[in-house]
Every structure is written in structure tokens, then in C-alpha cells.
Design a protein around this ligand. Structure first.
Ligand SMILES: Nc1ncnc2c1ncn2[C@@H]1O[C@H](COP(=O)(O)OP(=O)(O)OP(=O)(O)O)[C@@H](O)[C@H]1O
Ligand SMILES: [Mg+2]
Length: 252
């Protein structure tokens, strides 16, 4: 059940990840043994609020340590890009500087970083906004900058934490298609996408596999494969059948 389509090419392995947060005398078990092999595919993580989805992404990105278990990146020098749940653009920096900053941190000169940043701003359609400040942008444009910033580090693995949930429905739908197109056309370095979402519809629309988490502490309740051609038709009977299956897992 946990074998991806292209199982010869596993990019990321999660082995029995466990995490308990301890604060004062309170212990909160959040992840209860998450194991998953992930290939060159789009995986959606679906689960109730507070079950540990963000924590898992943070562990994969190396921003948090698991108590036990392992995150194994199978590809040499594979970088990881992260699109966070809450907005993280620096308000005193321009769009271009915001996208270039992580590249500076990775050792590029400002000139190199800005050239690279321009390339990815162009990919997300923001080439003429490089001198704008975040407050001058709409919500959708800000999220495009976040996408460009994550892509600019040229990651093999892209982690997205509810990337569309703060946007109005139309903007969200446009960005979903754009991100899928960028990934499928192979114009970026991204091979694997892991996206956390609350939306069953969004998961079926975008992902190759949907991993459903239980309420906290999160375990894998089940995995649903989505073998529908893209772009996907939400009104098709197959789409609706998948919706039923995912909802069954959620309420199990
Ligand atoms: N650094 C931390 N210290 C203590 N507790 C934490 C920390 N980070 C997260 N938690 C707790 O762990 C639980 C899981 O948090 P997490 O952010 O992973 O949930 P989530 O599934 O992403 O939720 P949501 O869907 O609401 O974003 C929550 O109860 C949260 O309060
Ligand atoms: Mg979260």
C-alpha cells in the first residue's frame, strides 16, 4: 500500500517517525510512528487540525528533530524547498530581495542570487514586480513570491504547508494549476512534492497519492491513490468516488 508508482526511484524515506512535545510537565504526543516511501510524485497529507502535519514537514526539512525514527533523503545533495503555512516575506525587503535572500544564505553573491531570483519570479509571472514591497502585493501575488522563493533554491523536494488555504477561491484555483504545470512540465528542479492540506477536493485535484492522518497523535489511517489524468474533472464520477473513499478514511 505504501509503494509509490515509480518505486525504483525513491527520493524520500520516512522511517517510524515519532515526536512528543514536552513543555513544563505536559507531554503532547504528536507523531506516532509515520513510515512512508516517497518517489517522484505529488503526495498530499490530509488530517485534522492539530494532528501533527506541520510538525512532520518541519522534521523532513530538518527544522525540528524527531524523538526516534529517521528521515532519509535518497538523492545526493537533494535540497528541500519549503512553502510555509503563514506568510513569511520580510516586509522591509523588495520582492527580488526576498527571493534572493535564501540564495545569499546558501553562498551565492548578491548578483548571482538576484539573477536566479529573477528567473523564478518570471516563472511565476512576477517579473515586473521585483522592486515592489510585500505590502504592495495582493495575497495571491505574495503567495507567488513564496513559491518563487522556494523554487529558487532549486530543490528536488518541495514541501508545501497549506499553500492555498489563505487565498480566495479563484486565486487559489489559478495557483493550484500553475504549480501543477510548473511541476509537470519539468521547468523546475522539483521531483517530489509533499503538500499538507485540509481540503479533500484539493488533494484529489492535485496529488498522485493522498496520505490520511488520524487525529493526534498522527498515524497513517490510509493511503488513497489518485490515478486520474490531469487536468482533473471534479464532476467526473471517478473523482467523486475518490472523494467518498477519502471521507471514509477520515471518519474511520
Ligand atoms: N514547538 C512546539 N512546542 C510545543 N507544542 C507544539 C510545537 N509545535 C506544535 N506543537 C503542538 O503539536 C500539535 C501539532 O501541531 P502541528 O502544527 O503539527 O499541527 P497541524 O496538523 O499542522 O495543525 P493545523 O492543521 O491546524 O495546521 C499541536 O497541538 C501544537 O500545539
Ligand atoms: Mg499546520
Amino acid at each position: 500500500m505504501e509503494v509509490p508508482k515509480n518505486s525504483r526511484n525513491i527520493i524520500l524515506e520516512l522511517r517510524n517517525i515519532e515526536k512528543t512535545f514536552v513543555e513544563d510537565s505536559r507531554r503532547l504526543k504528536v507523531l506516532d510512528g509515520i513510515s512512508l516511501d516517497i518517489g517522484e510524485e505529488f503526495v498530499a497529507i490530509l488530517g485534522p487540525s492539530g494532528c501533527g502535519k506541520t510538525t512532520l514537514l518541519r522534521i523532513i526539512a530538518g527544522l525540528e528533530k524527531p524523538d526516534s525514527g529517521e528521515v532519509i533523503v535518497r538523492q545526493e545533495n537533494a535540497r528541500i524547498g519549503f512553502i510555509f503555512q503563514s506568510p513569511t516575506l520580510l516586509p522591509w525587503m523588495t520582492v527580488l530581495e526576498n527571493v534572493a535572500l535564501p540564495l545569499r544564505v546558501n553562498g551565492l553573491s548578491w548578483e548571482e542570487a538576484k539573477d536566479r531570483a529573477r528567473k523564478y519570479l518570471t516563472l511565476v509571472g512576477l517579473q515586473s514586480f521585483e522592486d515592489f514591497y510585500p505590502r504592495e502585493l495582493s495575497g495571491g501575488m505574495k503567495q507567488r513570491v513564496n513559491v518563487a522563493r522556494a523554487l529558487a533554491v532549486e530543490p528536488a523536494i518541495l514541501l508545501m504547508d497549506e499553500p492555498f488555504s489563505a487565498l480566495d477561491p479563484l486565486t487559489a484555483e489559478t495557483l493550484r494549476s500553475e504549480v501543477l504545470d510548473l511541476w509537470m512540465w519539468g521547468v523546475t528542479t522539483v521531483k517530489t512534492i509533499m503538500m499538507v492540506t485540509h481540503s479533500v477536493d484539493e488533494a484529489i485535484f492535485m496529488a498522485d497519492r493522498i496520505v490520511v492522518f488520524t487525529p493526534r497523535p498522527a498515524r497513517i489511517a490510509g493511503i488513497v491513490e489518485v490515478n486520474l489524468p490531469r487536468p482533473r474533472d471534479r464532476r467526473s464520477p471517478d473523482f467523486q468516488k475518490l472523494e467518498d473513499r477519502v471521507y471514509e478514511l477520515i471518519s474511520a
